[in-house]
Design a protein around this ligand. Structure first.
Ligand SMILES: NCC(=O)N[C@@H](CCC(N)=O)C(=O)O
Length: 729
């Protein structure tokens, strides 16, 4: 496809694209492409941390680290994409080639999540985890290269489609573009967690991560096809040469030249970049000065992204320990992330049409840099909210035994009251079919037990494995074998409930339900744990020809042991007779409590991110807009690396303390940023460039006008910040 450019400067034809309501038709394909691509990216990202935890069996810290390394890579690769597009392939071809890489990566992720591939013994768990880990890591690398590589190209390619007479339409295009990002993100963060929660598989049914990754893979292919369909209509600007390389060379020369002329005999220059004047045009040097000023201001910004991107990791893991029952619907932990795009879609128009004009009416000059500062404070507040919620959750979490401890509960399977003395503890009195309420805690692996039922007294020593939670089943006849069974040592995964039956009867009992089958339980024995979702479950208990039903309502993340009492008479209602031991309490802190933290982080995002993007664009010289966009995205990458560094260095035992640490760090960084912002002078790059260009056009030997332009620039730099604030309005 040949690039079509009008030979007349400043005018260009727009390929074969028709105009609809003043907009080039070609942008329709770009906007739909962005919607599908963001669906693909955010959909995959929404379930990623849970895939690491529950499919690859990584712990929370490893899952969080790899998640943030991936996000960081996604924001490092825009630099690569910008270089390839500007200096070699052009934006169109770069988008096509990298989208193919991206789609292959998504397919690799979907394949890596098919457990049946390596499940040779067909027990539902993969037997060769290395295969799944390697394939998913290759997939993530390809996705990072694809999504990051095309990111600076797609928006700029969209902007390229507008002519000089379509400035207004171009601005609207960028707003629609941002809404499409969040529309795609909203839809995918609702859909992929639903797909993940389904069961699928060939040999055994497991959580369907392959479908949750497969649908984003399909959407990425749709994005590519839509983009190619618009091919005949696009305006395709030729690669302009690598401006980033020119910038680096010019800076390198200035540093080298300054070092060569470091003696007192050389007169000082106003700015260290002026040492590049011997080799480079003054216009380029002036443009680099503008870029460096903004990049300097970017230094504290990564800390915002450090907090912002923990929505997908720590906050999602926090939601797994909460109650997602919203009455009419049950929310999955990863679905809580949808609160962000929902709030974006409402807050952006509210801010633009209500809050900002209101602030202006009050006579306050709410400049871009002030907005960004407020955005940072809001993000810190969001983490304070997260810490408060975490403190509430911690109160409800069970205290599991440490590596040197043992925890023990007693269960009386007999039909007489038993008095049990464990070591030096107060004697526990257990009625028939009763379970002790709390766990007894011991710092030893050997204890003595004295049990009395009626006229029978038995004195025994029992041993344990340290670090375990156990139940001691006391039989009908205390002289017979005492059974020790292991209880769960952690919360059941993914909000499921772990359920088990103990048969205190002298006959076999078969326990079944619509959602789990416990099988035949031998007299005075127990079943394995079965994982059951929240909601009402009716268990059917059958012994010989007799049967009865027992129903229970389950919440999220609990564990129960149900005892079938020795004297249970089938045929009667079992509801009153079955005894239950609540070994792990259900999650009681409601997921709705995460809404304030989502509100503050999203309000912070609107003030920080939307304003920052606009600020980066407006303060960049005309030929370096992409450089500054890549610089802006680079702050996101650094922010994600900071999560890894701080979490690794601090190694705080309590999650709430980590949240407070991140909030404090952001407040500290915010103070530094506000001081830097106070001294920043807003500029109009086009005005400055125009003055340098005029000097070139007039070709004046005495260069007096050029000096005027320089003086103008220096004057601008020294104008008081209040005047500039006014200008920035
Ligand atoms: N609400 C998420 C969002 O709008 N994300 C944007 C910008 C992300 C960023 N860090 O700059 C996106 O393009 O995905």
């Amino acid at each position: 496809m040949a690039d079509k450019e009008d030979p007349k400067k400043g005018k260009r034809s727009k390929g074969t694209s028709k105009e609809v309501c003043g907009y080039p038709l070609s942008i329709f394909f770009i906007v739909v492409n962005e919607f599908c691509e963001r669906f693909s990216y955010y959909g995959m990202r929404a379930v990623l941390v849970l895939y690491f935890k529950y499919f690859l069996r990584w712990d929370d810290d490893l899952a969080t680290s790899i998640y943030h390394t991936f996000v960081a890579l996604c924001y490092l690769t825009p630099i690569l994409g910008a270089i390839v597009a500007d200096s070699w392939l052009g934006k169109f071809k770069t988008i096509i080639y990298l989208s193919i890489v991206y789609a292959i990566g998504q397919v690799a992720m979907a394949v890596s999540a098919i457990h049946d591939i390596t499940d040779t013994d067909r027990d539902g768990t993969p037997d060769n985890m290395t295969f799944h880990v390697v394939l998913s890591m290759v997939g993530l690398l390809l996705i990072a290269l694809g999504t990051g590589g095309i990111k600076p190209c797609v928006a700029a390619f969209g902007g390229d489609q507008f002519g000089d007479h379509q400035e207004k339409q171009r601005r609207t295009f960028f707003s629609v573009f941002y809404l499409c990002i969040n529309g795609g993100s909203l839809l995918s963060t609702i859909i992929t967690p639903i797909l993940r929660a389904q069961n699928c598989g060939i040999y055994s049914k497991q959580k369907c991560y392959s479908l949750a990754f497969g649908v984003p893979a399909a959407l990425m292919m749709v994005a590519l096809v839509v983009f190619i369909l618009g091919s005949g209509m696009y305006y395709k600007a030729k690669p302009q040469g690598n401006i980033m390389l020119d910038v680096c060379k010019c800076i390198g020369f200035a540093i080298k030249n300054r070092y060569r002329h470091r003696g007192n005999q050389y007169p000082k220059r106003k700015h260290w970049m002026d040492w590049a004047e011997e080799k480079y045009e003054k216009l380029l040097i002036a443009q680099i000065k503008m870029v460096l000023k903004v990049l300097f201001l970017y230094i504290p910004l990564p800390m915002f992204w450090t907090l912002f991107d923990q929505k997908g990791s720590r906050w999602t893991l926090q939601a797994t320990t909460m109650n997602g029952d919203f009455g009419l619907l049950v929310i999955q932990p990863d679905q809580m992330q949808t609160v962000n795009p929902i709030l974006i879609l409402t807050l952006v128009p509210v801010m633009d049409s209500l809050i900002y004009p209101l602030i202006k009416k009050c006579g306050l000059n709410f400049t871009p840099l002030k907005r960004m500062t407020v955005g940072m404070i809001l993000a810190a507040l969001a983490f304070v909210c997260a810490a408060v919620v975490q403190l509430q959750i911690d109160k409800t979490l069970p205290v599991f035994p440490s590596a040197s401890q043992v925890q023990l509960k007693l269960l009386n399977m007999g039909n007489k009251t038993v008095t049990v003395q464990l070591q030096d503890n107060e004697p526990a009195i257990l009625a028939p079919a009763q379970v002790s309420d709390e766990y007894f805690v011991f710092d030893t692996d050997q204890i003595t037990v004295l049990a009395t039922a009626g006229s029978t007294t038995v004195h025994r020593g029992i041993s344990f494995t340290k670090g375990k939670r156990q139940k001691l089943l006391l039989p009908l006849d205390l002289n017979k074998e005492w059974v020790q069974i292991d209880d769960l040592n952690s919360k059941p995964e993914e909000g499921n409930n772990a359920i088990r039956f103990v048969n205190g009867k002298n006959a076999e009992v078969n326990v079944s339900s619509a959602v789990a089958n416990f099988g035949i339980i031998q007299p005075f024995h127990y079943s394995n744990y079965s994982l059951i979702k929240n909601g009402k479950v009716t268990f059917n208990l059958q012994s010989g020809s007799e049967s009865c039903e027992y129903s229970r309502d389950f919440g999220f993340g609990s564990s129960f042991t149900f005892l079938i009492p020795n004297n249970l008479t089938f045929g009667q209602n079992c509801q009153e007779e079955i005894t239950s031991a609540e070994d792990i309490k259900p999650n009681s802190v409601h997921m709705a409590l995460q809404i304030p933290q989502y509100f503050f982080i999203t309000a912070g995002e609107v003030m920080f991110s939307v304003t920052g993007l606009e600020f980066s664009y407006s303060q960049a010289p005309s030929n370096m807009k992409a450089v500054l966009q890549a610089g802006w995205l680079f702050t996101v990458a650094i922010g994600n690396f900071i999560v890894l560094i701080v979490a690794e260095l601090a190694k705080l035992p309590k999650q709430w303390a980590e949240y407070v640490l991140f909030a404090s760090l952001l407040v500290a960084v915010c103070i530094i940023f506000s001081i830097m912002a106070y001294f920043y002078t807003y500029i109009d790059p086009a005005e400055i460039e125009a003055q340098f260009k005029k000097v070139d056009d007039d070709d004046e030997d005495d260069k007096s006008k050029q000096q005027k332009a320089e003086i103008e620039m220096v004057k601008r730099d020294s104008v008081s910040s209040s005047e500039d604030d006014e200008k920035s309005k």
